[in-house]
Write a protein that binds this ligand. Sequence first.
Ligand code: NAP
Length: 279
Amino acid sequence: MRQQSFGRGGAEVPVIGQGTWYIDRGHRGEAVAALRRGIALGMTHIDTAEMYGDAELVIAEAIEGLRENLFLVSKVLPSNASRRGTITACERSLKRLKTDHLDCYLLHWRGSYPLEETVAAFEALKGAGKIRSWGVSNFDADDLDELLGVAGEGAIACNQVLYHLKERAIEHAVIPWCERHGVAVVAYSPFGHNDFPLPRSEEGKVLARIADAHKATPRQVALAFLTRDRSVFAIPKASNAEHAAENAAAGDLVLTAGEIAALDKAFPRGPKPRSLPML
Ligand code: NAP
């Protein structure tokens, strides 16, 4: 599994990690097994959020005895992101995850609390050893500019944003911004949540052709395409162990320039939307 630095000067983190939204909805034992299989195959970056129901509890079960090898991320809801609320939300997540620290803690999306308050709380949590780094999610380039004004260069570890073959809006301004400022980009919903290209569609056939050439699968090709830039990580969610294994193997797949060009044509970037798309 390829690893790369999580932002400038950040920890080495595997390029493919594991999402956990809705992982608490199906069979608990299968979800735990899927996460453990993913970890064993190198997907040690685990993404969760206080918003994801009981996902933090499922993770706690899956990571028992494995904590020190993981890069564990959770998120505070904007409605809790005051100076005091961020700290208590983090403490709740730590308790649910049965751990004493997070590797990165994110503001889930921008809300009404001033960024100064949330950043002050993040820095206090960092000082207390409860988080190792912090970042944001669903921030467009202008939000990032504002955040940079509050936090300063080098403080923001990552920006987690919607990115899949059919939704490439972040390529216009967000990825370039993050690369300029040494901020990791984390691609969420890399399979479009539940909108992966159908095999019989024209685009699906392009994916299948490239996959066949590598003895890989269309989903592995999609993950390799999304993580073709060194600043980008992806966090597919799988509650099925076979799915997790398939996703982990994408961490070693490298596409040729010709294949990237073919995918770029089949799944065009499109014009820059007025606001950043999010789920
Ligand atoms: P996703 O990862 O794009 O897709 C998940 C779906 O793909 C599930 O139905 C899963 O099925 C299926 N799947 C996964 N691997 C597969 C494989 N190899 N073959 C066939 N099917 C496969 O969707 P997502 O959950 O929306 O996004 C991923 C993660 O990003 C989330 O879980 C969450 O951690 C994060 N996220 C963050 C935000 C944010 O605002 N920051 C928003 C959305 C998501 P099974 O479960 O049955 O395996």
